[in-house]
Write a protein that binds this ligand. Structure first.
Ligand code: PLZ
Length: 445
C-alpha cells in the first residue's frame, strides 16, 4: 500500500481555532478520555509535515512546539518513514531480552559516538524520558553503592514515582500523588535572570548545601538538565555545570545529564552539555532521538553501566525494533542535513527579534535560549514579577492565529519556541510575526 500524505506549504485558517470538527472530537473525548490528561490546543491533527500541522477542519498551523521537542527532524522525515515502514514489514517486536536484533545494537553504537566524551561507553534503551532518568539513578546507585540523589530548583524529570520526586513543581505534576521516593535532595540551581549570580557563585551555594545537608561521600548522583526545560528554559550561568561536574568527579558521585529535551541537535550541538565541554558520566536521552517514536536511552561510562548485573535493566518494549529504525532514520537525517547548524540558524534569526520585542513592549524581562530552544519570560514592566496571565493570553492569541506555541516555567510565565529544526525560514519568520502581533495585541487590551 502506498500512502501519500498531504504536504501543505502555508499556514491557512479555514475556520476558527479549534473548528467544528475538532470541537466535536473534543466532546467525544470528554466522554471517554481521562480528564487528567489535558491538551494545550485541542485541534485534532490529521497530518503533519514541513513544520505545519493540518487539523480535522482543514486548517494548517505552524508548529513551534515539535510535540515538546520531539520532531526535531520534522513530523514525517523520509528517512524515518522509510525505515519504520520497512522494519514494520519485517517484524514489529521480539523483545530484546528474549531474542535480540541488530537495530538495538546500531542505536547504541550511534549513541556511543554522538554523546560527549571519547571514553568507553555502554547504552541501554527504554521507552520514555522518565524511564531513562529513573534508570540512570538505578545505575548510579548500584555503581556507587550510595543512595542520595541531588536535583535542582525548577527541575523537571518526569511523572513516574521516582522522577516525580526529582521534579520540582507540585501542580500539576506531583499534587496529590505522594508519597514520593526518598533520598532525593533539592538544592538551588543557576537562574541568572532571577538569582543574579555567576555560575561559580551559584555552584558554590549548591555545593555548600550538598556537603552540609547530605555529605559529599553519600551522593550517588547529581541529576541536572543542562538547560532546564519545563522549569522555564533556564540556561545556567557559564561555569555552573563545569563546577558541578568537577565536584562529582572529585567526590565519586555520578554526574547525570538529563538531555531528554535538550538533546539531538536541539540546542545547536548534538548535546547541550558540550556547550561548556562538560562530559557527563551518564546521559539520559529520549524525545528527539527517534523522530516521534517512543524511544529513550541511558548512555555513559562502561564501568557504570556494566556495574548492574545481567537482568537488572530492561523492560518488554525498551529498544523496540520499529522505534530503533526510527532513531537510525532520525540520526541519519540530523547528520545528512546538519540539523545542528539549522538549530543555530534558527536561534540567530529568533533571538534578535525577541530582544527587539522585549525592548519595544517592556513586558518581556528575559530573552534566552540556545539553538532552537528559545524563550521569552513575561514580567510586569520594570520588575521581575512573573506575568502568567499575559503569557497565557499571548499563547492563546498565537493559537487562534494558527501558530502552536507552548508555555513553561515554574511561574507559568515563559513562552517557549521549539520549532522543528527543518522548519523553513519563511515559516519561521511568519510564526514569529504572529507572536509579535499577539504580544502587541494583548498588551494593548
Ligand atoms: N526530562 C528534561 O523535558 C519531558 C513533559 C511534558 P517523558 N518533558 C515534557 C509533560 O507535561 O508530561 C521530560 C523532560 C526532561 C524528562 C522528561 C520526561 O520525558 O518522555 O515525558 O517521560
Amino acid at each position: 500500500m502506498t500512502v501519500t500524505a498531504p504536504a501543505p506549504k502555508h499556514r491557512r485558517l479555514r475556520t476558527e481555532i479549534p473548528g467544528p470538527a475538532s470541537r466535536a472530537l473534543q466532546e467525544r473525548r470528554a466522554a471517554t478520555v481521562a480528564a487528567g490528561v489535558s491538551s494545550v490546543l485541542p485541534v485534532y491533527v490529521t497530518s503533519a509535515s514541513g513544520g505545519l500541522l493540518t487539523d480535522a477542519d482543514g486548517n494548517t498551523l505552524i508548529d513551534f512546539g515539535s510535540g515538546i521537542a520531539v520532531t526535531n527532524v520534522g513530523h514525517s522525515a523520509p528517512a524515518v518513514v522509510d525505515r519504520v515502514r520497512k522494519q514494520a514489514c519485517w517484524f514489529t517486536h521480539t523483545c530484546f531480552m528474549v531474542t535480540p536484533y541488530e537495530g538495538y545494537v546500531e542505536v547504541c553504537e550511534a549513541l556511543g559516538e554522538l554523546t560527549p566524551g571519547t571514553h568507553e561507553k555502554r547504552s541501554v534503551l527504554f521507552n520514555s524520558g522518565a524511564e531513562a532518568v529513573e534508570n540512570a539513578v538505578k545505575i548510579a546507585r548500584v555503581a556507587t553503592g550510595r543512595q542520595a540523589v541531588v536535583v535542582f530548583d525548577h527541575a523537571y524529570h518526569g511523572r513516574t514515582n521516582l522522577t516525580m520526586a526529582l521534579t520540582a513543581k507540585s501542580v500539576p505534576y506531583k499534587h496529590g500523588f505522594g508519597p514520593f521516593a526518598p533520598e532525593v535532595y533539592r538544592v538551588p540551581g543557576s537562574y541568572p535572570f532571577r538569582d543574579g549570580l555567576t555560575g561559580e557563585q551559584a555552584a558554590a551555594a549548591a555545593l555548600e548545601k550538598i556537603e552540609k545537608q547530605i555529605g559529599g561521600d553519600q551522593v550517588a548522583a547529581v541529576v541536572i538538565e543542562p538547560i532546564q526545560g519545563e522549569g522555564g528554559f533556564v540556561e545556567p550561568a557559564p561555569g555552573f555545570l563545569p563546577a558541578l561536574s568537577r565536584w562529582c568527579a572529585e567526590h565519586g558521585a555520578v554526574f547525570v545529564a538529563d538531555e531528554v529535551q535538550t538533546g539531538f541537535c536541539r540546542t545547536g550541538d548534538w548535546f547541550a552539555s558540550s556547550h561548556e565541554d562538560v562530559v557527563p558520566d551518564l546521559v539520559a536521552t529520549a524525545k528527539g532521538i527517534a523522530g516521534g517514536l517512543p524511544l529513550a536511552a541511558v548512555t555513559g561510562r562502561a564501568e557504570l553501566l556494566d556495574a548492574v548485573p545481567a537482568g537488572g535493566l530492561g523492560g518488554t518494549y525498551g529498544g523496540n525494533p520499529v522505534a530503533c529504525a526510527a532513531a537510525l532514520g532520525s540520526i541519519e537525517t540530523m547528520r545528512g542535513e546538519n540539523l545542528a547548524s539549522s538549530a543555530r540558524r534558527i536561534g540567530e534569526a529568533v533571538l534578535p527579534r525577541l530582544r527587539a520585542l522585549a525592548a519595544e513592549t517592556g513586558v518581556i524581562g528575559d530573552v534566552r535560549g540556545r539553538g532552537a530552544m528559545l524563550a521569552a519570560e513575561f514580567v510586569r514592566p520594570g520588575t521581575t514579577e512573573p506575568d502568567a496571565e499575559l503569557t497565557a493570553r499571548v499563547a492563546k492569541a498565537c493559537h487562534a492565529l494558527g501558530v502552536v506555541v507552548l508555555t513553561c516555567g515554574t511561574y507559568g510565565n515563559v513562552v517557549r519556541l521549539l520549532p522543528p529544526l527543518s522548519l523553513s525560514g519563511e515559516l519561521l519568520d511568519e510564526g514569529l510575526s504572529v507572536l509579535e502581533h499577539a504580544v502587541r495585541q494583548e498588551i494593548s487590551r
